[in-house]
Design a protein around this ligand. Structure first.
Ligand SMILES: Cc1cc2nc3c(=O)[nH]c(=O)nc-3n(C[C@H](O)[C@H](O)[C@H](O)COP(=O)(O)O)c2cc1C
Length: 174
């Protein structure tokens, strides 16, 4: 079974409803390490060596986060800046992430319609996530189509349970 690292990024994990439900479901899988960045690093002081070790000891990297201002919460941006260093993630000898699949799982307030070219947010979410695609490209990771959980504001408990099951199935598919 592949070892799967789920990096989660939420500003206030205790206030989360959607990400919390997805995390609880993923925690039940035996080959998954759920790594909640804000809980481990409440002061955003990231242990780079530990994070690089985690990346190297897992086969698949999943990033699970709520969409904030058309991007990720700041802790994930900080994580990228700190952890994806020259000589590790890019550069002539920076090949440690080569070939690892990268799966984004993003929870989004707006609906799919909101994120169409005619919608209020103008751009499709997959376009707004392109910096992650470019990051995967530079680091030699295999960028998989992002898994989007859209329209979360008024999501029923039943639909949330279905969404959690979909994410579990996605991760079990690796
Ligand atoms: C600071 C902040 C920024 C947000 N920005 C967006 C956004 O750009 N687009 C969007 O559709 N939803 C946005 N949202 C809504 C979140 O995506 C939504 O609340 C989250 O996915 C719900 O997950 P949770 O219950 O785990 O917090 C934002 C929410 C917050 C708190």
């Amino acid at each position: 079974m592949p070892r799967i690292l789920v990096l989660t990024a939420h500003r206030f994990p205790d206030d989360s409803r959607i990400n919390k439900a997805l995390i609880e479901a993923l925690c039940l899988l035996p080959n998954v390490t759920v790594h909640e960045l804000v809980r481990v690093y409440p002061n955003y002081q990231i242990d780079v060596a530990h994070e690089q070790e985690l990346l190297q000891t897992h086969d698949v990297i999943v990033m699970l986060f709520p969409f904030y201002w058309y991007s990720s919460p700041a802790i994930l941006s900080e994580w990228q800046d700190a952890v994806l260093t020259y000589g590790f993630a890019y550069g002539r000898e920076g090949t440690k992430l080569h070939g690892k699949p990268l799966q984004l799982v993003v929870t989004i307030g707006g609906s799919a319609q909101d994120y169409s070219s005619e919608g209020r947010n103008r751009y499709p979410v997959v376009d707004l996530l392109r910096p992650f695609n470019a990051m995967a490209n530079l680091t030699g990771m295999d960028y998989l189509p992002p898994h989007l959980v859209q329209g979360v504001f008024d999501m029923s408990d039943e639909r949330l349970a279905q969404e959690a099951l979909s994410v579990v199935k996605l991760v079990q598919g690796f």
